[in-house]
Design a binder for this molecule. Structure first.
Ligand SMILES: [Fe+2]
Length: 162
C-alpha cells in the first residue's frame, strides 16, 4: 500500500521514502499481529509448565511491542503515516491466525515457533529491501529486530529441540 508522504529534510528521495514507508507498514502489521498472538498464548496456556511459559510469552510480547513502536515511528520519521490499528493489522498481516484451540504448553510453543519462523524470514528480507532502497537506518532497525527475533525464537525452540 503506497500512500502520500509528508515533506521532510531527511535526504532520501520521496520515491524511495514512499517505498520504505510501505515496507515498514507491511512489517508493522505482522509485528502487531504477532504481539497479539503472544498475549493469546500468555493468557491461554495450561499444563505443568504453566507459570514459566505464561511468563516467557509475556516477556516475548513486551519485546514485540517494542518492535511495533520502532517500526511505526520509523515510518512517520520518513514522512509516512503509520498504519497501526488492530483492524489494519488483522487485515494486512501475512502471518497465519493463531490456533484458538491450543491448550498445552508445547502446542503453544509449536504454534509460536512456526509464526516466529515466518516473521523472522520477512524481517530478514526487509533488511535487504531497505538496503536496496538506500536506507541503512531502516536496514539497521530491521537488523536489530531480526537479531532479537532469532534470540526469542531460540527461547521458544529450546523447548522442542531436546
Ligand atoms: Fe498478563
Amino acid at each position: 500500500m503506497t500512500q502520500r508522504t509528508f515533506p521532510t529534510s531527511i535526504d532520501i528521495p520521496e520515491a524511495q521514502r514512499a517505498q520504505l514507508v510501505s515496507l515498514l507498514n507491511d512489517r508493522l502489521s505482522d509485528t502487531f499481529d504477532l504481539y497479539s498472538q503472544l498475549k493469546q498464548a500468555h493468557w491461554n496456556v495450561k499444563g505443568s509448565d504453566f507459570i514459566q511459559l505464561h511468563e516467557l510469552f509475556d516477556q516475548l510480547a513486551t519485546t514485540m511491542l517494542g518492535h511495533v513502536d520502532l517500526v511505526a515511528e520509523r515510518s512517520t520519521a520518513l514522512g509516512g503515516t503509520a498504519l497501526g490499528t488492530v483492524r489494519l493489522a488483522a487485515e494486512r498481516s501475512t502471518l497465519p491466525e493463531y490456533p484458538l484451540d491450543a491448550v498445552g504448553g508445547l502446542e503453544h510453543v509449536r504454534a509460536l515457533v512456526e509464526r516466529y519462523g515466518a516473521y523472522a524470514r520477512r524481517v530478514r528480507q526487509a533488511i535487504e529491501d531497505a538496503d536496496k532502497l538506500g536506507d541503512s537506518d531502516t536496514a539497521d532497525l530491521f537488523t536489530e529486530i531480526s537479531r532479537a527475533t532469532d534470540k526469542d525464537l531460540w527461547f521458544l525452540e529450546a523447548h522442542v529441540q531436546a
